[in-house]
Design a protein around this ligand. Structure first.
Ligand SMILES: [Zn+2]
Length: 114
């Protein structure tokens, strides 16, 4: 299973599709299909029939998953869509690093104690 380069809560820039060149927050990551759900991106409408007393019918809109390959992480430090590198920092923790400005984006795993 391929590792998805973005995580829930990341700001991402959309490269392809009908919402090309938009940015949004990652709501969900689907590693099994290498897809992500991005807030406000790839919104589709669905005509839903009422299934119960509580569930209303009508036209529902929701974000459909898009391929993770079509988004780039927006670096929180330099605000640019960036490639992401994985690196071990000075403390021995595995981190995600912006390839444009070298800022640490987030910690993947804490250092192993020996
Ligand atoms: Zn950066």
């Amino acid at each position: 299973m391929a590792k998805v380069h973005v995580k829930t809560g990341d700001q991402v820039y959309v490269l392809r599709g009908k919402d090309k060149a938009r940015t949004g927050r990652v709501l969900r990551v689907l590693p099994a299909s290498n897809r992500v759900v991005v807030e406000g991106v790839n919104v589709v409408t669905k005509h839903q029939k009422p299934r119960s007393q509580t569930q209303q019918g009508g036209i529902m809109t929701f974000e459909a998953p898009i391929s993770a390959a079509n988004v780039m992480l927006v670096c929180p430090s330099c605000q640019r869509p960036s490639k992401v590198a994985r690196r071990i920092n000075d403390e021995g923790a595995k981190v995600r690093v912006c390839k444009a400005c070298n800022a640490e984006i987030s910690v993947i795993s804490k250092p192993k104690r020996s």
